[in-house]
Design a protein around this ligand. Sequence first.
Ligand code: SAM
Length: 247
Amino acid sequence: MQRYFVKPHQLLDNRITITGDDVHHIVKVMRGKPGDQLIVCDSEGRCARARLVDLGTQEVQAEIVEMLDEQRELPIHVTIAQGLPKSDKLEWIVQKGTELGMTTLVPFSSERTIVKLDPKKEAKKRERWQKIAKEAAEQAHRTRVPEVMPAVGFAELLEQANRYTSCVIAYEQENTTSLQTVLASLRQGDSLCVLIGPEGGFTTEEVAQAEQAGIVPVSLGPRILRTETASQYVLAAVSYHFESPNR
Ligand code: SAM
């Protein structure tokens, strides 16, 4: 059954109003007609099975058949802070990170990020990344869409660290804590932020600054992962740690 995401205000009482690109998808692609059923989720994780009532050119009306209790989100909130990678790698990171349960993506620039986001073009890029996240969340049957935040500088990123239960910096050099140790310290509902360096990695000064901000250097294992692989390793480890049966 096709899944669509709406804003909370579009899901009122037992009526749902769908607007925007999804109207075209329902009417033209799915050739929806009154009585057809679909799943609609709001951005706060509430999902309902609904029945199409009225299909217009600008909006589609549906009525709720039943609220659903879907457990599809990771038990902890995972924010991936990603050093801006080259070319269109960030699109891949957003798509795969969404499938693996990422909550939020924060792109950042640092000493070795090659890509400098042009402020005039950033809004358009962020819109595209957010669209990729929505489509990947629909495909993965998630109950919420990850949020792609505006890009920040490294210093601003460090200032945000204390918002999380735990914040770590993935660092492939020596003297790091294991990711397993960090995950073992977290409980359902906690929040984890993971800083992933760009292709050129972090400078030693950046790692020292992160440690001063209370951010813990962690290892992602004995192999050097590409920047786009590192976040996926973390998300898979979180799922394995918290979602394996009999844990
Ligand atoms: N220094 C790396 C090298 O020698 O190629 C370049 C950085 S690596 C391609 C990109 C980022 O992925 C790193 O900054 C780090 O955040 C993360 N990373 C990759 N492998 C890792 C590992 N084994 N442990 C911790 N972090 C890792």
